[in-house]
Structures are given as C-alpha cells and as structure tokens.
Design a protein around this ligand. Sequence first.
Ligand code: ACM
Length: 265
Amino acid sequence: MKTGYVQFNPAFGEVNRNLDRVEALIEGAQADLLVLPELFNTGYLITSKEEIAALAEEVPGGPTTRRLAAVAKRRNLHLVAGMAERSGDRIYNAAVLISPAGHVATYRKVHLFFEEKLWFDPGDGEFPVYDIGACRVGIMVCFDWFFPEAMRTLALKGAQVVCHPANLVLPYCQAAMLTRCLENRVFAVTCNRTGTEHRGGKSLRYTGKSQITDTVGDILSRAGEDEECVGVFEIDPAKALDKQLNAHNNLFGDRRPSFYRDICR
Ligand code: ACM
C-alpha cells in the first residue's frame, strides 16, 4: 500500500489557491492513501471567531470536500485532509476521510491547542477507525499526539495506519511519533505544513518535516523543513496486526488495565 503526505505552505484564506496547489502536487504522485496538513485549505493563524466561521465549510456538502472527492475519484486514492467544518452554529477543527467513492467520515479534533480553544468547538467523537479495504485507518489531528491515550485508543480499535494532519510549531512531535508508533505497533503518517504566517500582530513558523513512521519506530520517509513535496512509501499494513514483541510478550495481551484505572477518571 503506497502511503504518503502532501507537505506545502497554505496561504491564509485562499481556499481555491490551496486546493489548486494540493491538486497539482497530487497529480505527480502514485499513491493509495495521502494525508494533507491540518486546516490545509484555510491556513492556521486565525484572528477571530468570525473569520474562521466565514471560512469553515459544511461537510460533505461544501466546496472543499467536493473538490477532494473529485480528486480521490480521478486518481483512485484515499485522502485524509484537515479542514474547518461548520455544523449548525458549531465550528470544528476537523479532518475528512475521502475514498474514490466520496466522503467516508469526519473526525473532529479532540485536544485543541492554545488559541484553537477560542475559535473551535472541541471534538465529540471517540477516535473511530475505518476499514478502507487495504487496511484500517485511524485519524488524529496535530496536538492529539501529546495525549498517548488518543493513539492507544486507535490502536486498540484496530487501526493499522494512523493518519495525522498537523500544523506543528514546536519541534517535539516528529521524534515523539517514533515512540507512539513503537508502543502501539502501528504505522503513522504525520503531514505538517511549511512556511510562516504573520497575521493580527502574531506570527507562527511551521516546522515541516512531515514523516512516515513504521511499526518499530523507524522513519520511512521524512520531508525537509521548507520543501513543498509529496513523500510516498510502500508499506505492508499487515505488520501492524502483529502485536507479538517476542516469545513472551504481546503488546496487547500483556496490558494490565485494572492497574490503569486512574487514566480514565
Ligand atoms: C497544533 O495542534 N496545531 C499544534
């Protein structure tokens, strides 16, 4: 299964330009599953609730989901893409899963980072896992990585590949994902953005280095800090089904949940 990331520098508020850029990058790629950054179509550095409310779109009826569905159909691939979703009077930092047949699911970010708490409603799903034919995928968005419970939940539910749209501004996630993958024996595709945003007197620099990580914590592909690129690696998702660490240890079988009750309080 050819799995990868589409790393680029979204321009704030220029949804059509960002969609054009992504479509051009995907055009040259041979892949079965591609992950796009968090908020790939709008940009990240929001300055007011009104601003993001105007940019957020309905899913699956909005123009971004429809355009992604057309790309997935034409290129016969699956996409996971971060975008702002409007649902009634709520706005979510969401990620959509799109198959060649259209929109499959929407995940709404559970752990909102910093000022995201001013702009978005927190996600209300329980880290669902989706069978896309070649494997089962789970979705988490950026800062969710900081909470090991998120990826553990996805792994326990059978995710083999964790799709991880991100807009990373701190340098820790890429290294931490080696441990997240190792401790859950799953693959992960972390798709970050590049560039710097200056808005409303604030600025953020994004760290690039999108990454595909395997089930034993090795990096299969890593992008540069500033390059706009598609990185693809052929993985065998079946490897994520094998939780046997050695003759005596099974990752899931050796868990002792009765001693972990405090983390669910
Ligand atoms: C983040 O969650 N965008 C850091």
